[in-house]
Design a protein around this ligand. Structure first.
Ligand SMILES: [Zn+2]
Ligand SMILES: [Zn+2]
Length: 193
């Protein structure tokens, strides 16, 4: 997604864009990515409203994307929606803007250099390429692990049934406390007498 600084006015103008699968693949499906367990269902949709505030560029918007993943506990496939909103304020880069070499390279390449929190940054020139920023937003909303629901009970480690569907008769092999062990031993002893 690109915006042109000289086309901005004080009145926010909204664009909706959905970059295709190529975009997704370029950002999220490199072969060495640990995120390969998530598959794209539909291309992400971005809504971005942009306007100017004096010299600054003010961007506000949100995104949504739906992924397909395999639950790490129960192994079922499930749908994982990612969505978030954002606000980004870019100011024109100046001589003493605190940019590191990586930031300068980004500025060179895209016209945009992002600050630490992804809420502020710098721009240079007229044509600003927002793709890196948008991909970064998605990466930040990425789940730490693939779980179909927070309280998914997963598979029984002993018999393998899906515990969210069926109860099994397997007992937890670990006693709850040392006293539980004593209890068991005492029962055994009294039984053998
Ligand atoms: Zn699950
Ligand atoms: Zn079981």
């Amino acid at each position: 997604m690109k915006i042109w600084v000289d086309r901005l006015s004080a009145e926010p103008e909204e664009i909706t864009e959905s970059p295709g699968r190529d975009w997704w693949q370029a950002h999220f499906e490199s072969t060495d990515s640990p995120d390969a367990e998530f598959e794209l269902v539909e291309s992400p949709v971005f809504h971005v409203a942009s306007c100017s505030r004096g010299q600054k560029v003010d961007l506000k918007g949100n995104f949504e994307v739906e992924l397909d993943a395999q639950c790490g506990r129960c192994l079922r496939r499930y749908r994982q929606a990612l969505q978030d909103s954002f606000r980004l304020l870019l100011e024109p880069v100046v001589e003493n803007s605190p940019l590191d070499p990586e930031g300068r390279a980004a500025l060179e390449r895209t016209g945009v250099c992002l600050g630490e929190e992804l809420e502020t940054g710098w721009y240079r020139g007229n044509e600003l390429e927002l793709d890196d920023f948008l991909a970064e937003l998605i990466a930040l909303s990425w789940p730490l692990q693939a779980v179909c629901k927070d309280d998914c009970p997963g598979l029984c480690p002993q018999c393998g049934v899906d515990r969210s569907k069926t109860d099994c008769a397997c007992r937890d092999p670990k006693p709850e406390s040392p006293f539980a062990v004593l209890e068991v031993l005492r029962d055994k002893n009294t039984g053998s007498v």
